[in-house]
Write a protein that binds this ligand. Structure first.
Ligand code: ADP
Length: 495
């Protein structure tokens, strides 16, 4: 099969979250399975800092944007690490030559509808010029979700029956705009219909993709079920329910070369399932020194890495941290993240007030993320909802036990510790009993009790966590099956 991935993020070229990890790895693993894959993404400024060689191609194009102007673009090319997947970049500096991908401190860029409609139309131009016929397009998230509808309406001239899969990495981000952005698609108003682009009078990219793609795939089986409920459906649950088994979930894998405690270049000491006790201890002492926390092997170190956003459960985490600090409980916290300015400033303030207990690194740092994963005793991730989540998978691999809410991908990957799962050896972490700060604090307490007072049980949990297989191999073969099934259903005309 010849599969093309349309995305705005892909490691190592551009990343704000898990989408980048998926689109930087899945195509290579699918290609290694004997298929041809390509990635098309915008030429954001960050691609020039990726360390990868970027070449010019002779592909250029001009798109008639009904803002009374023709917008030109050219195509640059590189490869995913490993070299088996070409990456084509849509280069249009006015749209993509900005310091951030989607917005700055003032909010989303105002011309995001125009930037990503242009990207979708340009991507179709590029696919038309690829040497081989495209067998299936995988769109990822709202920025690329209108491509199936554009193709079906003849925009750009790819075969209208080209099979498409829409992968949803987070349903909450939908790309909702005023209807007057619609003409940028190049389509006439009679195409602005409720069975495609229109949603409550506006233009909704993600909804357009959901109703027009041949299959909707999300990043864990539990999230695929949850998004059909009013609680997690973000207003799209009735539509998702109507699709029946055209919605499914495949758990993300991780790059086990990059996220490997045995090979990690960011650690002072590498370790594996036989040497984790000493390995984690040395890394903990080094991280305490790096973050200027008191050096103490016996104080529990609790790690957090991720976006400082409501979704990630900060309304539970902050009260628990505050209580630990106020009461001077014997815990240390290592936090890495950026996002909501209110959470950022509270963390900065708490770290200044309690430098012996809390280190807060506000920003994005891959090396520190690796070191927190390796050094912490516990990793806390009480997300309100979590499509898949990657940090809990990294934590498992690094023998760092996770405290999570039983939602989405967290429910699918972390097995709660109780008498039954301890007895049958399947426990890998701790689930909150309910979504509140008291449950989070209780789960942390339960975990620390085992960590420091039931060492044999803890050893069993860590060993089991570290030996679970989260490589892309299994998930990629599920994607390959999905692509083959979607293509064959489309050929038989049974959408
Ligand atoms: P989401 O996509 O919702 O942000 P995921 O857990 O799926 O959450 O993926 C987040 C990815 O981004 C992980 O690879 C995580 O390590 C990384 N990440 C998030 N914030 C930071 C940060 N401040 N520094 C380094 N890596 C980060």
């Amino acid at each position: 099969m010849n599969i093309v991935y349309l995305t705005t993020e892909s490691v190592p070229f551009a990343k704000t979250g898990g989408l980048a990890d998926v689109c930087g790895t899945l195509p290579s693993v699918v290609a290694a399975g004997g298929h041809q894959c390509a990635v098309i993404m915008p030429a954001f400024d960050s691609i020039r800092r990726s360390g990868m060689q970027i070449e010019k191609t002779n592909i250029s194009f001009a798109i008639d944007m009904p803002t009374d102007r023709i917008v030109g673009g050219r195509v640059l090319k590189s490869h995913l690490p490993g070299g088996n997947v070409p990456v084509y970049f849509i280069d249009q500096p006015q749209y993509y030559g900005r310091p951030f991908l989607y917005g700055d401190k003032h909010g989303d860029y105002r011309d995001n509808a125009e930037r990503f409609i242009f990207f979708c139309r340009a991507a179709i131009e590029v696919m038309k010029r690829l040497e081989k016929r495209v067998d299936l397009i995988q769109c990822n998230d709202w920025q690329t979700a209108i491509v199936p509808a554009l193709i079906q309406n003849g925009v750009g001239g790819l075969p209208v029956e080209t099979p498409t899969v829409l992968s949803i990495h987070n349903l909450a981000y939908q790309g909702s705009f005023a209807a007057d952005e619609f003409p940028l698609t190049g389509l006439s108003w009679d195409r602005f219909r409720s069975e495609s682009f229109e949603f409550y009078g506006g233009l909704n990219f993600l909804k357009t993709g959901i109703v027009t793609a041949d299959h909707v795939c999300t990043v864990s089986p539990t999230y695929a079920r949850e998004i059909k409920t009013p609680m997690h459906g973000c207003g799209l649950d009735p539509i998702l329910r109507s699709l029946g088994d055209r919605v499914s979930g495949i758990i993300n894998g991780i790059d086990t070369e990059v996220w490997s405690p045995a090979k990690d270049v960011h650690l002072v000491r590498n370790y594996d399932v036989d040497t984790w006790e000493l390995g984690k201890l040395e890394n903990k002492l080094a991280l305490q020194a790096e973050l200027r926390l008191p050096s103490d092997p016996n104080v529990p170190l609790i790690g957090l890495v991720g976006r400082l956003a409501d979704q990630k459960g900060w309304d539970l985490i902050l009260p628990v941290i505050r209580e630990h600090l106020r009461e001077g409980r014997p815990t240390q916290w290592a936090v890495l993240g950026s996002g909501d300015p209110v959470i950022e400033s509270e963390l900065r303030w708490l770290a200044e007030e309690h430098p012996d207990q809390l280190a807060a690194h506000i920003g994005f740092s891959d090396p520190i993320a690796h070191r927190i994963e390796a050094s912490s005793d516990l990793f806390v991730m009480p997300s309100r909802y979590e499509p898949c989540g990657l940090n809990q998978l990294y934590s498992l691999r690094y023998g760092t036990i996770c405290i999570v809410t039983a939602t989405g991908g967290l429910a699918d990957t972390i097995v709660d510790t109780n008498s039954e799962t301890i007895a049958n050896g399947t426990a890998t972490g701790f689930h909150l009993r309910s979504y509140d700060a008291a449950s989070l604090d209780r789960a942390i307490g339960d975990a620390l009790q085992l960590r420091f007072h039931e060492k044999d049980i803890w050893k069993k949990i860590v060993t089991h966590a570290m030996t679970r297989d989260w490589s892309w191999r299994k998930s990629a073969s599920q994607y390959i099956e999905l692509y083959a099934r979607t293509i064959s259903l489309k050929r038989r005309g049974a959408k």
